[in-house]
Structure formats: C-alpha cells, structure tokens
Design a protein around this ligand. Structure first.
Ligand code: ADE
Length: 416
C-alpha cells in the first residue's frame, strides 16, 4: 500500500459504496476514463489533487489513475473530507494525506506531504496548493508543468498572482468554463447549499425570510432555490449591476444592516471577508441561522460572534449556538465553513460530472500543450467546454437542432 496519512483504513468498504453510487451518475467522466484507459495520457506523471475529498472527487482521482497518473489526494478544506472515501482511495493505490477535522497544523502538514511527492501536475480548489508552491515550497516549482483551478476564489487568487507576475506556471481556470459555472456554481450550489442547511437544521424554509449575501453565479443559485422552497428572499449586493439583476429576478434588495433584523436564514456567498459582522449580529432575530457558502470561513466573522457571546454551545451536530447578553441566540452552521460540503456531500453527482470531466480534459490538454502554454491563467479551450456539454446531452439521450448550411452562411455574413 502507498504511504498515506488517513483516519481509518477499515472504512474503505463504506467509501467504496459511495464512489460506486456516484459513478453510476457520472457518465461523462466514465467515458473519459474509458478513453484514458486506452490512451494512458498521464503515464509516468504525478498528479496532486487538492480538492474536497468526497465521493465524486474520489471518482475523478480513479479516472486519472486509469489514465496512468500516480495520484495523491489532499483536502482543500478540513471539514469536507469524508474519511471512508479517502480510505477507499488508498485501498485502490491512491496516496492520501487527509482526515476529517484536521487542525490547521495537520492540514498544512498534509499539503506539504503531498508536495513532497514532487508532482508534475496539480488540481487545486481555492488556491492553497498554488499559494504554498509560491511561498514555503518553491523547491517543488521546477517540477510543475501546470495545473487546473476549480473555484471562483481560486481563480481570483491566481489572477492576482498573474497581475503581480508571480505565477510560475500555467493554470487553467476550469471555474470560468461555461459548462462549469453555469451549472456547478448556479445549480450545484443552489441545490447543495439547501441540502446542507436542511439536513443540519431540519427546519422549514417556506414562509421564512432568507437573506442571500452576494449575487454572483453561486448566490443566484442559492436565491433561486430558496424561492423554490417558498422563502421570501432578500439579496444584499455591493455591485449595482448585480443588484439590478437580483431586483429583476424578483427579489428584494437592501443593505445587510437593514436585512439583518428581518432574516431567518443568512447565506453568505461573496468570496470576501467579514461580510456578516458585529453590527449585523447586534440586530438579528433570536434563533437566526447563519451559513456560509463561500470557499473560506472568513465571510461570517467568528471573531465578532465569540466577542459578543456570553455562552457558546454545540446544540446539534454542525450547529454552534452563540448566546448574546440580551438572551438572543444565533446559530452558526458548520463553523462558518462552506455549508454544502462541511455539512453535506457537495454538489449533485450529475453536476460534478461536468465539472470533473472539464478538469480531466483540461489536465490532458495542459500536458499536450505544455510547450505552448506560458505561465499565467488560461481559459479552458472552447472545444473542450462544448464537448463536455455535448457529452452530457448524449448521456441523457437528448438531441438538439443543427444550423442548416444556409443559416451558417447567414450568421457569417454582414451583407443584407
Ligand atoms: N465536490 C467536490 N468538489 C466540490 C466543489 N468544489 N463544490 C461542490 N461539491 C464538490
């Protein structure tokens, strides 16, 4: 067995069942796995995946392994790791450094151990691996051909590095592909956030006031599904264009300080820090529910909650209750970490099928094009983006129309 650091290898059969279940619902990735098995595009290559270690990610790791890669997995968040899934991967020859609830030191050690394998290729979710490679682990940089980034926050960090000219290798912004963010960010987050909140709180959403903070693609999904569950939705934004969009999508728009006394549920989806803070907690209703769906646990100020509280109790798994001096109680879900993964299983399998098919194809593209891709942030090529969308339709047995030759000519022409 390859060297690993995991919680309990005896959990492997449970984890394998979870992987087998999602596999049935990820036909696009399965198709790529079949091709990879024949072509072995990653033969002799080491890949480190820093992702949320749940079943769909496990299936991606096994797919790359089929293509000849020597795969190491490490967590992109200490609370999203599913120990049984990780055990199942290790049982299949994948190296893993991760366990649920890793402390900050352990999390950091795991990232270092993964980089000690000196990967050729990386997949990152949120940018922690790239950040470490450009700070404490510059020794590994010469090995790296490039990588792919999964999420909005990670792409923002990469673009900041690119602007400063510090990004040392090509990174493909998988997040920015159309067949990623239009589905994963919007419908994936929309469903998985409510799944996480519902299974954690077991409370009704219909008739409640839901405050969605941030109206990017993820916020749009969260607001849309809250409406579908019967909530009255309020959107808070800092961007006038997005605020107009929210308004015309049928939501109330107001500053958070005005929404704070009204809201029953608050969901932050901004990618920024200290978005929900002291001045808001001070006016919130008793029993308000606070959840975060952004990548880092910085959006809801835990510091302010601890400073204000006279008592903190874990009232139910994944719910910390902060009692304020006047007796009001505020409920923080999943320690303010992304609620869909820290208190759920992440996005549905069919959604991650497209996202992870894009990851697999982009990684192969990176390897094929390594001589031509300069350090910096690159888009997923349009043909890969469209291929993934088409394969998903094929898997569903759905056909769509084609342009006639006359229509193609018409679109290409400027003459009347
Ligand atoms: N499962 C694995 N990675 C995920 C992500 N970034 N978002 C939601 N679910 C996931």
């Amino acid at each position: 067995m390859v060297e690993s650091m995991i919680r309990d290898s005896s959990l492997a059969p449970e984890g394998q069942k979870k992987i087998d279940w999602v596999k049935e619902h990820m036909p696009v990735l399965s198709k790529m796995g079949d091709l990879f098995e024949q072509e072995r595009p990653f033969a002799g290559r080491k890949v480190v995946m820093c992702l949320h270690l749940e079943a769909k990610t496990g299936y991606l790791a096994l797919t790359l392994q089929k293509g000849g890669a020597e795969v190491t997995v490490v967590a992109s968040n200490p609370l999203s790791t599913q120990d049984d899934v990780v055990a199942a991967l290790v049982a299949q020859g994948i190296r893993a450094y991760a366990w649920y609830g890793a402390t900050a030191e352990e999390y950091n050690l795991h990232l270092h151990k993964a980089l000690d394998t000196r990967p050729d290729l990386i997949i990152d979710d949120g940018g922690d691996l790239v950040s470490l490679l450009h700070s404490d682990r510059k020794d590994v940089l010469p090995n790296i051909i490039g990588g792919c980034e999964e999420t909005t926050t990670g792409v923002l960090r990469l673009k900041a590095m690119e602007k400063e000219n510090t990004l040392a290798f090509p990174m493909i912004a998988v997040n920015d592909a159309l067949s990623k963010y239009l589905f994963d960010n919007r419908y994936g987050t929309g469903q998985s956030v409510w799944d996480g909140i519902n299974r954690t709180t077991n409370l009704v959403i219909a008739g409640k006031n839901v405050v969605v903070i941030g109206y990017g693609w993820c916020g749009k999904g969260v607001a849309m599904r809250a409406k579908g569950l019967g909530a009255k939705v309020i959107v808070c934004e800092v961007d006038p264009i997005k605020a107009n969009e929210a308004l015309m999508d049928g939501f109330q728009v107001m500053p958070l300080v005005e929404a704070a006394p009204i809201g029953d549920f608050f969901v932050s989806v901004t990618g920024n820090k200290n978005v929900v803070r002291k001045e808001h907690f001070k006016v919130m209703k008793d029993q308000a529910i606070l959840a975060n769906a952004g990548h880092f646990d910085v959006e809801i100020s835990k510091q302010d909650l601890y400073n204000l509280a006279v008592n903190v109790v874990e009232v139910r798994d994944n719910i910390q209750q902060f009692e304020l001096p006047d007796g009001r109680k505020l409920n923080l879900l999943a320690e303010g970490r992304l609620v869909n993964l820290a208190a759920g299983d992440g996005h549905p399998a069919e959604i991650m099928d497209m996202s992870f098919a894009l990851q697999a194809q982009s990684l192969r593209y990176l390897l094929q094009q390594r001589e031509n891709l300069k350090p910096g942030v690159h888009r997923v090529p349009e043909d890969i983006d469209r291929q993934v969308a088409q394969l998903r339709l094929d898997a569903l047995g759905l056909k769509i129309d084609r342009l006639t030759p006359e229509q193609v000519d018409y679109l290409d022409s400027w003459r009347l």
